[in-house]
Design a protein around this ligand. Structure first.
Ligand SMILES: [Zn+2]
Length: 563
């Protein structure tokens, strides 16, 4: 039995109750009726919500919440049996407020925090026993924060698409159901499944009948992109609102009634486990996912992505952002006292855009693993590099949305309206003017960091020996071309100047003493620097900024090559 804390707003109580009780869909096939029951803590209850004897869905609202929903559970250390659990539902997750980052360059970009957290984790692993650190990690859940960010995007989109009250209510219902299903899932013993979001193709996600069949993801334990359709006629669900096929399978294994006889019980459990190769039951957890730069190898196991073609899905999401950005001033400024909501919508939209650029990069040098037994694989290899066509499609999308001279043009008309507040103090050292170049550079750096990461470059070389046909020289040629080619005969705008310098500096670092590249990979990097230098020498410079920029690029290369 779960109790909804008596401080929870009335209007959310029935939604939370219905959401949590949907876990019964996983228990009913096992013969349990009403395995999960939700009641409301009476206003005159003589027990406190913190009482360990009660499992409580706590309602919290804090100014800078670390999470927007998480489920600490108390486990019997001898058996692993879960004795009790509380879940914190953070108000911010519902209303779509801005999380944690309030600096202009990083607001709405959760990944910067994730890269930081990853670095912290590495440092902790050096200092403390791995078991201890990883055990703490297992309990960490960002679902609320991730959904909060998604809700910001949705809030901006719903305003533009003029959702009515009924449509808003449906959005809130799906969001809350998904959040409580995920958090209660942890307390039932489930870990994350970051492979879950690849179950359907982009077309299938637009097909209501297909989505109704098994849901959008095979599990509610994933952090997927919100499924907000660019074309309203193609809108199916925003989020899954009931347990998926993978969830039901895990619950069957963990909770179905055992048999007395040990041999028969072993056979029964083996029969359940033998379904692990079913395409509907794909799994990969936090240890495998590619959320941080350079980490993980399998692009199917990632967060913030959706569909079996995450690049196409991400490209459509970038188009949605570009559709919405130009109208945020007319949608968010009238009728309120400041431009603060315009700024918030800008953060939400451009933050999502940056996220999707990172999703695209994970295909490059990607290798899919299969952890089935040799017998289950039946001769197939456990490692399969991502196809050249898929890697090239990712490069094409990155070229268009991250690197092209006009990639960030959709925001041009709103930049002069990005005033966060009307007060004349509280800006500290930074000044109140929007730092546009820094924000765009942040988005580009997020993508580029993975594309030139030594682990990725070395994997391209290694996987070339077992099936990857996109070789390192061809890949680096494509990358250099998408960053330099378009403006060799024209002036170079200042976003592109920043990008080109960032890329050249990354190449130079890859040749440096601390580089983790082998000599073979460094040869390819060196060839790119020489090529860039020749191109810059022969390029046209119609204006002073461009002339200065090209000289700077060549100067960096001269110094690096000690000429
Ligand atoms: Zn979680």
């Amino acid at each position: 039995t779960w109790w909804i804390e008596n401080t929870t707003p009335e209007e959310f109580r029935p939604i939370i109750k219905a959401g949590v009780e949907k876990w019964n869909q996983a228990f009913e096939p096992l013969g349990f009726k009403n395995a999960v029951v939700v009641k409301v803590q009476p206003d005159d209850a003589d027990w406190d919500a913190g009482d360990v004897r009660y499992n409580v869905l706590r309602w919290t609202a804090s100014p800078s919440p670390p999470f927007s929903g998480y489920g600490p559970s108390f486990v019997n250390p001898r058996t692993g049996e879960i004795l009790g659990a509380d879940i914190m539902l953070e108000y911010g997750g519902m209303v779509g407020r801005l999380w944690r980052f309030d600096v202009f360059t990083e607001a709405g970009m959760l990944e910067a925090g994730m890269d930081e957290e990853d670095a912290q984790l590495e440092a902790e692993l050096e200092a403390r026993p791995a078991r201890e650190v990883l055990a703490e990690q297992m309990n960490r859940c960002h679902a609320g924060a991730v959904m909060g960010r998604n809700s910001l995007l949705a809030a901006a989109a719903m305003r533009s698409y003029k959702f009515n009250d009924e449509e808003h209510a449906e959005f809130v219902r799906q969001t809350l159901h998904r959040l409580v299903l995920h958090e209660v899932g942890h307390t039932l013993g489930m870990s994350h499944n970051m492979h879950a979001s690849t179950m359907l193709s982009p077309e299938e996600l637009k097909d209501a009948a297909k989505v109704a069949e098994h849901g959008m993801c095979n599990s509610v334990m994933e952090y997927p992109a919100i499924n907000f359709a660019r074309n309203p006629e193609e809108q199916t669900r925003f989020y899954d609102d009931s347990p998926g096929p993978y969830d039901k399978w895990v619950i069957e294994y963990g909770y179905s009634v055992g048999l007395e006889d040990d041999v028969e019980e072993d056979a029964r459990l083996s029969a359940i486990l033998s379904k692990s190769t079913d395409p509907l039951l794909q799994f990969g957890n936090d240890a495998d996912d590619m959320r941080s730069t350079g980490r993980g190898i399998n692009p199917d196991v990632n967060i913030y992505d959706l569909s079996s073609d995450p690049v196409a899905y991400a490209a459509e999401r970038c188009e949605l952002v570009n559709d919405l950005l130009p109208s945020i001033v007319e949608n968010f400024a009238p009728g309120v006292d400041s431009h603060q909501e315009v700024v918030r919508a800008y953060y939400a939209l451009t933050g999502e855009y940056a996220t999707q650029l990172r999703v695209m990069t994970r295909q490059i040098g990607g290798v899919r693993y299969n952890r089935a037994t040799p017998a289950q694989l039946d001769g197939a290899a456990p490692y399969t590099p991502v196809s050249e066509a898929d890697q090239k499609a990712a490069m094409q999308a990155l070229s268009t949305y991250a690197f092209a001279p006009n990639a960030f043009d959709a925001q041009a008309d709103v930049l002069a309206y990005l005033q966060a507040q009307r007060r004349g103090f509280g800006f500290f050292g930074g000044g109140e003017d929007p730092k546009i170049h820094a924000r765009v550079a942040g988005a580009q750096r997020g993508a580029l960091a993975h594309l030139v990461n030594p682990k990725v470059l070395m994997r391209i070389l290694d996987s070339g020996l077992y099936g990857n046909t996109y070789d390192l020289a061809e890949y680096m040629d494509d990358l250099t071309e998408s960053i330099f080619k378009a403006d060799l005969r024209t002036s170079v705008n200042t976003y592109r100047q920043g990008l080109q310098l960032m890329y050249v500096e990354a190449l130079i670092a890859a040749l440096g003493e601390k580089s983790r590249l082998t000599g073979v990979a460094q040869s390819v990097v060196l060839a790119q620097l020489r090529r860039i230098d020749r191109q810059q020498r022969d390029a046209s410079s119609p204006d002073g900024l461009t002339r200065a920029h090209r000289a700077h690029v060549r100067h960096l290369i001269d110094v690096a090559l000690d000429r």
